[in-house]
Design a protein around this ligand. Structure first.
Ligand SMILES: NC(=O)c1ccc[n+]([C@@H]2O[C@H](COP(=O)([O-])OP(=O)(O)OC[C@H]3O[C@@H](n4cnc5c(N)ncnc54)[C@H](O)[C@@H]3O)[C@@H](O)[C@H]2O)c1
Length: 339
């Protein structure tokens, strides 16, 4: 039996991961989340009374709070999802990114060291590798690709990864790092490409596409990321990095056109807008290490995953409308603050 501290569990991937773990293992979970704008406890409303689940509102930068969460819940494993995660926001201001993504990770690493945690898994991103040439599809990111991050977001994640590496080498801390490609699926905050385009298409609004729309991303259904993290947690070798990807490269513009097609809408509302500064051209992940060494493979092919996702956003309009109106932020006050 493991007692997991899942940081950032009220966000998109963290909340999907918590449900995945409750459904597929016997582990206990303590969700430790600051509830920034990206944290939404309503994502977990269906499992919040599960006896294996507990929520603590807390900041990973707060050492005392982190330490008491670990000791009071007999935590033996930490999985760090907590982060500022939106590239556009990091361009507008990078301070919060450095504070949470770098200093927060340092606080977690120090706490893990003090409590002799059995496993520390850092959830990282392929964006730490920078950008790939667009015209040579044979080149993909491997775990040996040098770190060459280009945005304040990816640079703060790269800083965290290097600290994790340092705690493994210097302090023998049992650290594992996963670097995943772009995720999509239920509960993704509608500022990210796929849910944003679905919401705008449903509402008949303009669909803003950066630059020429030819930036390439490698999309993975969120449950496949969750299963990859569990594989690394259960079978990964300490000190190692594992890439997780879908072998599923798409131009942004083609994703937008596909969403419109699946929703039965015309392409007339697509508008090209000024490109994001420093916009990485292409990401593509080589997942052969996790596949061959740990036996992981994605379950969802893209046509199935995107259909499921669109269906979910159609059936859960009230979820994303509450996010867009800001009403989701009242969930904690209504349901937790008196507990
Ligand atoms: N979304 C992707 O496509 C993707 C791909 C690869 C890796 N990742 C990584 O996966 C992790 C989760 O991504 P996501 O898309 O679910 O992010 P998200 O923005 O949806 O969620 C982040 C969560 O972290 C919480 N948080 C932020 N600062 C905190 C702090 N100081 N203390 C405690 N909690 C805090 C937020 O409240 C939120 O619940 C991130 O580390 C991200 O870098 C994301």
């Amino acid at each position: 039996m493991k007692n997991l501290l899942v940081t950032g569990g009220a966000g998109f991937i963290g909340s999907n991961f918590i449900k995945y773990v409750l459904n597929n293992t016997e582990y206990n979970i303590c969700n430790f989340d600051k509830l920034t704008y990206a944290g939404n406890l309503e994502n977990l409303s269906d499992i919040e009374s599960d006896s294996r689940y507990k929520f603590i509102k807390g900041d990973i930068c707060d050492l005392e709070n982190v330490k008491s969460a670990i000791s009071e819940n007999e935590i033996d494993t930490i999985i760090n999802f907590a982060a500022e995660s939106h590239v556009d926001r990091s361009i507008l201001g990078s301070r919060e990114f450095v504070v949470t993504n770098v200093l927060g990770t340092q606080v977690l690493l120090d706490s893990a060291k003090e409590f002799k945690i059995e496993k520390f898994l850092q959830v990282s991103t392929d964006e730490v590798y920078g950008s790939l040439p667009e015209d040579d599809k044979s080149i993909k990111f491997t775990e040996e690709t040098p770190i060459a991050s280009n945005s304040p977001y990816s640079s703060s994640k790269a800083g965290a990864d290097l600290l994790c590496r340092a705690y493994y080498h210097t302090h023998n801390l049992p650290v594992l790092i996963t670097r995943c490609s772009n995720n999509y699926g239920p509960y993704q905050f509608p500022e990210k490409l796929i849910p944003l385009m679905i919401a705008k298409a449903i509402d008949g609004e303009k669909l803003p596409v950066y630059g020429d729309g030819k930036n390439v991303r490698d999309w993975l259904y969120v449950d496949d990321h969750c299963s990859g993290i569990l594989s690394v947690l259960d079978k990964g070798i300490n000190g190692e990095v594992y890439n997780i990807g879908g072998n599923n490269e798409w131009y942004n513009i083609d994703i937008v056109k596909l969403i419109l097609k699946l929703l039965g809408k015309s392409e007339d509302n697509i508008t090209y807008v000024k490109d994001r500064p420093g916009h990485d051209r292409r990401y593509a992940i080589d997942s052969s290490k996790i596949m061959s060494e740990l036996g992981w493979a994605p379950k969802f092919q893209f046509p199935e995953g995107i259909e499921k996702t669109i269906k979910w956003y159609r059936n859960n309009e009230s979820w994303w409308r509450k996010v867009m109106s800001g009403e989701y932020m009242k969930y904690y006050e209504k349901n937790y603050s008196s507990k």
